[in-house]
Design a protein around this ligand. Structure first.
Ligand SMILES: [Zn+2]
Length: 550
């Protein structure tokens, strides 16, 4: 018979089991929010002797190293990697037959008091399971040196997760300002932490050519450098004067590019290179003026230009030879399915006056210069397609007729995206109003100088990449979304991070979860923990208070 004292103790234990769970078990705070989280009582503790179990090491070498290195750096533990482990372990395994539940990038993560198990259908899914595992640990797991006195516990939980979209992107403009190679690795690591998988590398523009092309060395000898006018407003910078030295800028060598691509693969990231044409071409035309309509000598611009009149000549055959040679090297370097060819903001005033361009219009029976641009893009598309790749361009490539297999990046609102999806072309949604994170994120007077606009965090979060008015079939053409960081007003990594985080954090959730599961207040709560992680990682993010909002 149970006496009164025992009964009271039993009741107390039951009550504690019910109420103490919430007090003692860690609060789960993951970004982007997983599809399904079922937390139970208790924790798994990372401690000495812990092993990483992986049946087929060769298939998961990068993922295992990623996990092992992070645990080692932050905790000082040295988990042994084995085929079969007894006792405390983190086990990683790829299993077939789960595609319906997890897709290509999903995972299931099960934590008991004895083990952590990550299952997926691909290395990508395993990688994202590991990323989620890190977010179940204290923020110090992101440290590159051992932090003493941390209780390295993971809550007992079962998580099933997969992304909504296949294209979860971030674009960095390295032309308006050049960013060092060391930062490009960081950018990809930060993206991977947010389960973003597409890095759109804006390598070319009027203010600098940033990629070494062996056949055309002047592209980087001349095209990568401009005069330093950093002390002046972007839109008030005089062009280079005779005798002035152009020594501000930089470029990535092909070896560096190969290392970026290799690092990206380890982080489940595809790098989509952008080679702008026919406009935004002042830098390459400064190096090779013979490919413009006028042949006039140009210098790389140190600041803004409007309109963009320095176009490649669409009438000269040599222009296409040049661009095809460039693209041949680009395609060899980047394994991405898509090659971005720009296509935006081409002012056709030189084409109107150019004899060669007008002859092309006549010979090809084109209606006008818009159709000439379409001819230009379609010709490049044929070249790219013949090499097994596809082109993507800004939504201006719709004008004058869209190339057959082209994908569209819808930036001037969503209309271009809707038109592409309706005509069966893949589209990436990146409308300025939600995705241009070079805009102000608070009242301008409280912020560093920016290009203009106003895009606070909550607005980014509210974005739905599938615009209203698309049928279910048409909606399938929406590959995903992307945040774009143009860098006219952003000269260094710290400022780039300030503009990017936490707005890219919000974009990661836009790309990952369904609108019905989105909740800005809940996201804001989880952001507090994310900021602690950023602090450990040394990411300088923006904190915007309510009174700084418009
Ligand atoms: Zn021309």
């Amino acid at each position: 018979m149970m006496n009164l004292k025992n009964t009271i103790t039993t009741i107390a234990l039951i009550l504690c089991a019910l109420s103490c769970k919430k007090q003692s078990d860690p609060v789960i705070s993951i970004i982007p929010q997983p599809l399904k989280i079922e937390q139970s009582t208790g924790v798994f503790k990372l401690s000495r002797g812990i092993k990483i179990e992986v049946a087929d090491k060769s298939a998961l070498t990068d993922q295992v190293m990623f996990l092992k290195n992070r645990i080692q750096s932050a905790t000082g533990l040295d988990p042994e990697v084995v085929n079969k482990a007894r006792g405390k372990k983190i086990s990683l395994s790829i299993e077939q037959g789960l595609e319906g539940m997890l897709g290509l990038e999903g995972y299931s993560l099960t934590v008991t008091k004895k083990e952590v198990k990550i299952l997926a259908t691909s290395p990508a899914g395993i990688f994202y399971g590991i990323q989620t595992l890190f977010q179940l640990l204290p923020p110090e797991i992101y440290s590159d040196k051992v932090t003493e006195g941390i209780n390295w516990v993971i809550p007992v939980v079962r998580i099933t997760d997969k992304p909504r979209f296949a294209w979860r992107g971030y674009m960095l403009d390295v032309s308006r300002h050049f960013f060092p190679a060391s930062y490009i690795y960081q950018v990809m690591d930060y993206m991977a932490m947010h389960k973003l998988n597409t890095f759109h590398f804006h390598l070319v523009d009027d203010q600098g050519w940033r990629i070494e092309i062996k056949k055309y060395p002047r592209l980087t000898e001349i095209g990568a450098w401009r005069v330093n006018r950093e002390d002046q407003h972007w839109n008030k910078r005089e062009p280079q004067k005779p005798g002035e030295k152009a020594d501000y800028g930089g470029f990535y060598t092909q070896d560096e590019i190969r290392q970026f691509v290799s690092h990206a693969a380890k982080r489940n990231i595809v790098i989509v290179p952008e080679i702008e044409m026919p406009a935004h071409a002042t830098a390459p035309l400064a190096a090779y003026p013979e490919y413009s309509c006028t042949g006039d000598s140009l210098t790389v611009l140190p600041g803004g230009i409007w309109p963009c009149t320095n176009l490649y000549c669409a009438g000269k055959e040599e222009t296409f030879t040049f661009l095809e040679d460039v693209l041949t090297e680009v395609i060899e370097l980047f394994p991405s399915k898509y090659i971005h060819i720009g296509g935006d903001e081409a002012d056709k005033s030189h084409w109107i006056k150019c004899k060669a361009c007008q002859k092309r219009i006549k010979d090809e029976k084109l209606k006008d210069e818009k159709e000439l641009q379409s001819y230009f893009v379609q010709r490049i598309e044929k070249f790219v397609n013949a090499r097994g790749r596809q082109i993507i361009g800004w939504d201006e490539i719709l004008e004058g007729g869209l190339a057959q297999n082209a994908a569209v990046m819808s930036w001037r609102g969503t209309e271009g995206g809707i038109a592409s999806a309706k005509s069966g072309h893949p589209v990436v949604m990146t409308p300025t109003a939600y995705c241009y994170i070079d805009y102000y994120q608070a009242k301008p007077e409280t912020q560093p100088l920016a290009i203009g606009g106003y895009l606070p965090l909550e607005k980014v979060y509210s974005f739905d990449p599938v615009p209203a008015g698309l049928s279910e079939e048409e909606a399938k053409m929406v590959l995903g979304a992307q945040a774009n960081l143009w860098t006219e007003y952003i000269a260094d990594p710290a400022h780039a991070n300030y503009m990017t985080y936490p707005r890219l954090t919000a974009m990661s959730e836009v790309c990952w979860i369904s609108p019905v599961n989105k909740n800005f207040e809940d996201f804001s709560t989880r952001l507090v923990q994310q900021f602690k992680r950023y602090d450990v990682m040394g990411i300088k993010y923006a904190v915007v208070t309510k009174d700084q909002l418009k």
